[in-house]
Design a protein around this ligand. Structure first.
Ligand code: ATP
Ligand code: MG
Length: 400
């Protein structure tokens, strides 16, 4: 008997001919993300991944389970006992697990506990069928624990028994991220501000298997060094899900000042957003990205009306992914909390958009008037200098 970690896949299992590639990709990402915890084999068969540590006695299972809940492609994980497929072995280890569960409930002040047994039998040569195994194991548990009873509809916990080549018993299924393994769907460039929205947007696209790099526009000294550190910190928080992130910090002050000085205030924001898209596109293409990602949602601010986004889109020749487009702020905040970026996002450092925000930005700019206004100055030359002086920060050291 030893402990292993089971990982379940979701959408990958629906893939046809390509399925093997997705699985290999996921295995690589799993290995990379847990290598710091010691050697472990990662193998898979029939929609299941098995993480088998070399040194079971000294393996930090809890940490690794928690780490795996951040890996895109895994729908859920369980810490399980792996044993030979033999009824006595299954029963003994089930007893051990249920005892642990009863102790946990008792520690929380609950003594009367309900459960049920769910069995899956993949090994057709095993002498008992699934319902029979459930009934027998259930009976043994009831005999051993007088405070335990069965509730098949709404049990306090479920004892899972899986009989395959080896057998597995476990009680907890911990939800993972779902999605597709990073690297299985190309690469995109996230416009990462210091706010709440863009980290969530990056997480959502990365979840679809897209490798992320990030661009941040920094307007020193209008935005502080600390504001930049905050963005690095947000990128770091994302690496838990996305693997390493190449963060490109664009010195944006001169462009922003030029917009401020040469363009009508009410069009300043939309012209700035177009300029950001142009710069982001160049950096994205240099890095093999096929799309840009922003944290915009319809109507959130003046630059996120449909008319304004039409003007913004027109400046870029790459698709712009806006995964938050139909979300309310509260929904975005919930997600930011769930992925652990919220607390950092609300730290009070100005981002470059707020410094130059006009009092009355036009909510329905027409592309013609924006293009006319933009032509009053050679922004592209300044943008080229900004691109040239972009600082590269490598965040995270995973090879994923
Ligand atoms: P966020 O909460 O992500 O900052 P926001 O609601 O403040 O978003 P805006 O400031 O209008 O909205 O920015 C919209 C999107 O443009 C952001 O989600 C981000 O993708 C991008 N963006 C804005 N400012 C910057 C910046 N300084 N650097 C990089 N991207 C930016
Ligand atoms: Mg912002």
């Amino acid at each position: 008997m030893r402990q292993v970690i089971l990982g379940r896949i979701g959408e990958i299992a629906l893939k046809g001919l390509n399925r093997g590639n997705f699985e290999k990709n996921l295995a690589r990402n799993i290995k990379e993300s847990i290598k710091q915890y010691g050697n472990a084999k990662v193998v898979w068969s029939q929609s299941r991944f098995f993480i088998e540590p070399e040194d079971c006695d000294n393996y930090n299972y809890d940490e690794v389970v928690s780490r795996l809940t951040c890996i895109f492609g895994l729908v859920s994980v369980s810490l399980a006992y792996e044993l030979e497929s033999d009824f006595e072995a299954i029963k003994d280890n089930a007893l051990r697990l249920v005892k642990k569960k009863m102790d946990e409930f008792a520690a929380g002040g609950k003594t009367k506990v309900t459960f049920k047994v769910e069995t899956r039998r993949g090994l057709k040569t095993f002498p008992m069928k699934s319902p029979e195994i459930s009934a027998e194991i259930g009976g043994e548990m009831l005999e051993a624990f007088s405070d335990l009873s069965v509730d098949v509809n709404n049990p306090d916990f479920i004892l899972f028994v899986e009989v395959r080549e080896n057998s597995y018993v476990y009680t907890d299924i911990i939800p993972g991220q779902g999605g597709m393994p990073i690297g299985s769907n190309g690469k995109a460039c996230l416009l990462l501000s210091g706010g709440i929205d863009s980290p969530v947007a990056g997480h959502m696209i990365a979840k679809r298997g897209v490798k992320i790099c990030a661009v941040h526009f920094h307007s020193y000294p209008y935005t502080s060094e600390r504001a930049k550190e905050k963005v690095v910190e947000l990128a770091e928080l994302l690496t838990r899900y996305c693997g390493s992130i190449k963060l490109m910090v664009v010195p944006y002050t001169d462009v922003q000042l030029a917009i401020h000085e040469n363009c009508r205030d009410e069009l300043g924001t939309v012209i700035m957003r177009r300029s950001m898209m142009r710069i982001a596109e160049v950096l994205a293409r240099k890095n093999g990205c096929s799309a840009l990602i922003t944290g915009e949602s319809v109507g959130q601010v003046a630059s996120q009306t449909m008319a304004a986004m039409y003007c913004t889109d027109n400046a870029a020749n790459l698709p712009i992914f806006r995964p938050l487009i139909g979300m309310d702020k509260v929904e975005v905040i919930d997600r930011a909390r769930a992925i652990g970026t919220f607390e950092t996002s609300i730290l009070p450092y100005e981002d470059c958009c707020t410094v130059f925000t006009p009092k009355h930005p036009k909510t329905k700019p027409s592309l013609d008037e924006v293009l006319a206004e933009e032509s009053r100055y050679d922004f592209k030359a300044l943008e080229a200098v900004a691109i040239e002086n972009t600082e590269i920060i490598r965040v995270g050291n995973a090879e994923v």
